[in-house]
Design a protein around this ligand. Structure first.
Ligand SMILES: Nc1nc2c(ncn2[C@@H]2O[C@H](COP(=O)(O)OP(=O)(O)O)[C@@H](O)[C@H]2O)c(=O)[nH]1
Ligand SMILES: [Mg+2]
Length: 362
């Protein structure tokens, strides 16, 4: 496949086309590189690429840059930084900020990575920013994920802990030429020992190549992960049950069914208080009106207490909303910020055969 053909196929995938089925599976490795902005991810990818080229390996690079989270300047910077590989036919570089026609940024990125592997590259490297849901989804499809940190991150290490634990196969402390390396290494090791996890840790200076050969050795030694990564799908999040009084309803759910209350919350703008009772992967939310003009109070007045809504987590809420709007489905108001910082929107029951659906960004 020529570079031109590959570029054309990549654009088609960004526009919603599937990965061509007639291509061979490919035997290369897919490596995710993630970490906070400015950690030196692009510099490191550039250095790893140079090292892999010295070893005769071909490399495709995908810089994933959600435009909502950074400016176009970052992508441009990446392009310029990687100019030295520009004329090398053994290196293919692509930036994407596209959510694709068929769903999220993660889905588009994963499809592009599959295309590059099928095109026969020995390594496909995906650079993503931060540790959000997109990165976690992308990491699920990589054979190995490198999390890049820098000295002196302090509290940041704590802040990104949960996401990192989930996805890191290798840690890199880049900018090891800067002070605070030992401290950061201790913080990472402390974090790892809490999770009883063994993850190799490397120190690099991406701008002069220090430590890059060792990191590349480790990447070359990785095995391909079996392609069992689960597709990103919808999941039931909770059932909202309108009750006259949470306290009066609790004995049935808690004492008799044995569900435990995980938390209680008040959602001021909905004028409700709620108790959350986890049930497997989903939960039950008991909803009690705080005022007669709350939606829950009106619901009870009209239909009596009972199942009020069902909530579904979707992989890309914006894409789902766009599809619903295109199909003429009525939404109840604009997307809102929920208590946990998540975004949600309600779909009018007329569209769904009488059920009020809440859609939540997963
Ligand atoms: N001192 C030092 N600077 C570095 C190193 N790696 C990258 N940088 C610099 O850090 C800045 C951000 O690098 P970049 O690769 O764009 O980071 P990214 O946002 O994570 O992709 C650039 O000015 C790089 O030259 C390193 O190992 N040491
Ligand atoms: Mg970058």
């Amino acid at each position: 496949m020529t570079t031109r053909e590959l570029a054309r196929l990549a654009t088609a995938i960004e526009n919603g086309a599937p990965v061509p089925a007639d291509l061979p599976a490919g035997t290369g490795l897919t490596i995710g590189v993630t970490g906070p902005p400015g950690a030196g991810k692009s510099s490191l990818v550039d250095a790893i690429t140079a090292e892999l080229r010295r070893r005769g390996k071909t490399v495709a690079i995908l810089a994933v840059d959600p435009s909502s989270r950074s400016t176009g300047g970052a992508i441009l910077g990446d392009r310029i930084r990687m100019q030295r590989h520009h004329a090398d036919p053994g290196v293919f570089i692509r930036s994407t900020a596209t959510r694709g026609a068929s769903g999220g940024l993660a889905r588009t990125s994963i499809a592009l990575a599959q295309l590059f592997r099928k095109a026969g590259f020995d390594f496909t490297i995906l650079e993503t920013v931060g540790v959000g849901q997109d990165e976690i989804d992308i990491a699920g499809h990589a054979d190995a994920t490198v999390v890049v940190l820098v000295p002196g991150m302090g509290d940041d290490v704590q802040a990104i802990k949960a996401g990192i634990m989930e996805i890191a196969d290798l840690f890199v402390i880049n900018k090891a030429d800067r002070p605070g390396v030992e401290q950061t290494q201790r913080e990472i090791e402390a974090m790892l020992s809490l999770g009883h996890t063994q993850v190799p840790l490397f120190r690099t200076v991406a701008i002069d190549g220090t430590g890059v050969a060792e990191l590349t050795d480790a990447l070359e030694a990785r095995e391909r992960r079996p392609q069992t990564a689960k597709p990103i799908t919808c999941a039931l999040d909770h059932l909202g049950i309108a009750v006259r009084s949470i306290e009066d309803s609790l004995p049935f759910y808690a004492a008799q069914l044995g569900l435990e209350i995980a938390s209680r919350e008040t959602v001021e703008h909905e004028k409700v208080k709620l108790a959350m009772l986890p049930a497997g992967q989903a939960r039950i939310e008991l909803l009690e009106a705080l005022s007669p003009d709350s939606g829950i109070a009106k619901f009870i007045e009209k239909r009596g207490p009972g199942l009020h809504h069902v909530a579904l987590r979707v992989p890309d809420l914006n894409a789902t909303i766009a599809r619903l709007e295109a199909a003429g489905v009525r939404l109840l108001g604009a997307p809102q910020q929920g208590a946990g910082g998540h975004t949600y929107v309600f779909v009018h029951p007329a569209a769904s055969g009488g059920v009020l659906w809440e859609l939540i960004q997963s």
